[in-house]
Write a protein that binds this ligand. Structure first.
Ligand SMILES: [Zn+2]
Length: 215
């Protein structure tokens, strides 16, 4: 569902650029709104969320899909935790579809899906592992790297129930916005994948904007 935001970029309290292939980790307070902005289009942002108080509570694709009765994420989707608690809600979306079934790229999956020689290529799970190694203050470790959301990624389901990685439907300047319903840690891998069309074979930067709770 396409919905534009009323928030003005000038009033954001945070505006960070995440380079292609880089990670981003930050605490988002309850009531704050986050916008992920696809600067050049066709870029996947592989994202995990954790309760800032207790990182064993984290985003759960299965709870989210079951409660909304739909496998795609867009405006109105409530992102739920593994305790079925609403963590965030998507409040604006000019892309219209985000995936939470395809999972993140890993060196292991690259070898299975593409070629043994792809093992040395940079992958999202490496970026997440680097993030939690460089930021022990968030209390995350390898077991916390679980199922994720692929913002801007297009993984339509075939009539037979299969998953296909398709060319993105995002474009330069498209964005998705979500409001935090609890204090959360956001962990993004700005996907470096070069073997499927999720980044248009050309990973590009994204912006992360944050607004304080609106009056
Ligand atoms: Zn990736």
């Amino acid at each position: 569902m396409l919905t534009e935001s009323k928030l003005v970029a000038d009033q954001a309290v945070i505006c960070d650029t995440v380079d292609a292939g880089d990670y981003y980790i930050k605490i988002i307070k309850a009531g704050q709104t986050v916008r992920l902005l696809d600067l050049e289009g066709n870029q996947a942002a592989d994202t995990l969320f954790y309760s800032a108080e207790d990182p064993t509570e984290r985003y759960s694709a299965s709870d989210t899909i079951r409660e909304q009765g739909n496998v795609y994420l867009t405006t109105g989707s409530v992102l739920r935790s593994n305790q079925n608690t609403p963590m965030l809600k998507i409040v604006a979306d000019t892309c219209g579809r985000h995936d939470t079934l395809g999972g993140a790229c890993a060196t292991e999956s690259n070898t299975v899906r593409y070629d043994l020689e792809k093992r040395c290529m940079h992958a999202c799970r490496d970026s997440w592992m680097l993030a939690i190694a460089e930021h022990p203050e968030f209390g995350l470790d390898k077991r916390d790297i679980a199922h994720n959301i692929n913002f801007f990624m297009n993984v339509p389901i075939t009539q037979e129930g299969g998953l296909t990685f398709e060319d993105g439907i995002s474009a330069p300047g498209k964005y998705v916005e979500f409001e935090a319903l609890m204090d959360v840690v956001i962990l993004i891998s700005n996907c470096p994948q070069l073997n499927n069309p999720c980044n248009g074979y050309n990973p590009t930067p994204i912006d992360v904007l944050v607004w304080d709770q609106q009056a």
